[in-house]
Design a protein around this ligand. Structure first.
Ligand code: CP
Ligand code: NVA
Length: 305
C-alpha cells in the first residue's frame, strides 16, 4: 500500500484498490487465519453507527485481534485535549485507529501525528470504507469494474465524493446527479479526474439522463448525520432525485439498486426500489466486513504488501 493510512480514497493507488478487492474476495471465499493476532484496533466514534462499528469489531475478532470502542463522551477529541496528544497516546497503546468524525481536518491531523495506521470510518468529507465494500459488491456481480457506468442520485456528499475518487481509480464511469447547490464541487471533480486508473466523473442535474445506460443506481440520505435539521427544506429540492419506479424504468432493465444504509424509505428511495429483486443493499452491507478485513490485514499486518 502506498500510504500507511486510509483517511481518504486519495490514499490509494489503482493497484492498492485492486489489491484490497482481491484480498477481500479471497477472504470472503476462504476465510482468514489470525493475521492480526494480539493486535488492537481502537474505534474512536463521534457519530452513531451500525454497519461500520460492527464490521470493524467482527473483522478484528475474525483476524485474531481485538477492538476497543470509544464513544464521543469519552475522549472528546480536540476539546478535552488536543488531537495530536490523543494520536500520540493511542499510538503507544493500540495498533490501529478507526475514526468516525465530522470535519476531515482533525482526522488528517490525527493521522499526521499517529505512528499506527489511521482509517477514516466516515467523516463529513468522505466514507472510503463504504466505497471499498460497494466496489467489491459490483465486482462480484459483474466480474470486472472497468467500463461500468454507476449513477449516483442525491447530494454530492461524503459517499458521493469517495465514490467519485474510487470510480476513477477502478476505471468506472461515475455520473453524479444532484440538484443545483448540492453537486460535487469543481475541486472534487478536478481531483477525481486527475487520478490514474482510467475512470471518469460527470456531474449533472438531470437524474433521467444519469441513469440511462447505468449498470447500477446508487443513492444516499438527503441529510447526513449532523445535518438532520436541514432535511425539511431539502425534501422538495431533492424530490426528482428519489430512487423510485420511475427512475428504475428509465434505467436498463437489469440495473441494480444500491444504498449504503441506513435508508429513509419515502425520501431518497422508495420501499419498492429497495425491496426489489434488483436491490443489492444487503450485499453491500455484508461486504463492509470482507473489505475491511482485507484493509486491516494490508494496513496492520506484520508484512504489509
Ligand atoms: N453505511 C454505514 O456506514 O452505516 P453506519 O452509519 O451504520 O455505520
Ligand atoms: N452520508 C451519510 C452516510 C451514512 C452512512 C452520512 O454521512 O450520514
Amino acid at each position: 500500500m502506498q500510504s500507511r493510512h486510509l483517511t481518504s480514497i486519495l490514499d490509494l493507488s489503482p493497484e492498492d484498490l485492486e489489491r484490497v478487492l482481491d484480498v477481500a474476495l479471497s477472504i470472503k471465499r476462504d476465510g482468514t487465519g489470525p493475521a492480526l493476532s494480539g493486535q488492537v484496533l481502537a474505534l474512536l466514534f463521534e457519530k452513531p453507527s451500525l454497519r461500520t462499528r460492527v464490521s470493524f469489531e467482527v473483522a478484528m475478532s475474525r483476524l485474531g485481534g481485538r477492538s476497543l470502542y470509544i464513544g464521543k463522551e469519552e475522549v472528546q477529541i480536540g476539546s478535552r485535549e488536543p488531537v495530536r496528544d490523543v494520536a500520540r497516546v493511542l499510538s503507544r497503546m493500540v495498533n490501529g485507529v478507526a475514526i468516525r468524525t465530522f470535519d476531515q481536518a482533525p482526522l488528517d491531523e490525527f493521522a499526521s501525528w499517529s505512528s499506527v495506521p489511521v482509517i477514516n470510518a466516515l467523516s463529513d468529507h468522505e466514507h472510503p470504507c463504504q466505497v471499498l465494500a460497494d466496489l467489491l459488491t459490483l465486482r462480484e456481480r459483474f466480474g470486472t469494474l472497468r467500463g461500468l457506468r454507476l449513477a449516483y442520485l442525491g447530494e454530492g456528499n461524503n459517499v458521493a465524493r469517495s465514490l467519485a475518487y474510487a470510480a476513477v481509480l477502478a476505471g468506472v464511469e461515475f455520473v453524479c446527479a444532484s440538484p443545483a447547490g448540492y453537486a460535487l464541487t469543481e475541486v472534487d471533480i478536478g481531483q477525481a479526474s486527475e487520478l490514474p486508473g482510467g475512470g471518469s466523473v460527470l456531474q449533472t442535474d438531470d437524474p433521467v439522463a444519469a441513469v440511462r445506460g447505468a449498470a447500477a443506481l446508487y443513492t444516499d440520505v438527503w441529510a447526513s448525520m449532523g445535518e438532520e435539521h436541514l432535511l425539511a427544506e431539502r425534501i422538495e429540492v431533492f424530490r426528482d432525485y428519489q430512487l423510485n419506479g420511475e427512475l428504475l424504468a428509465a434505467a436498463p432493465a437489469d440495473a441494480l439498486v444500491m444504498h449504503d444504509l441506513p435508508a429513509h424509505r419515502g425520501e431518497e428511495i422508495t420501499d419498492e426500489a429497495i425491496e426489489s429483486p434488483r436491490s443489492i443493499v444487503f450485499d453491500q452491507a455484508e461486504n463492509r466486513l470482507h473489505a475491511q478485513q482485507a484493509l486491516l490485514m494490508l494496513l496492520m499486518g506484520r508484512s504489509p504488501q
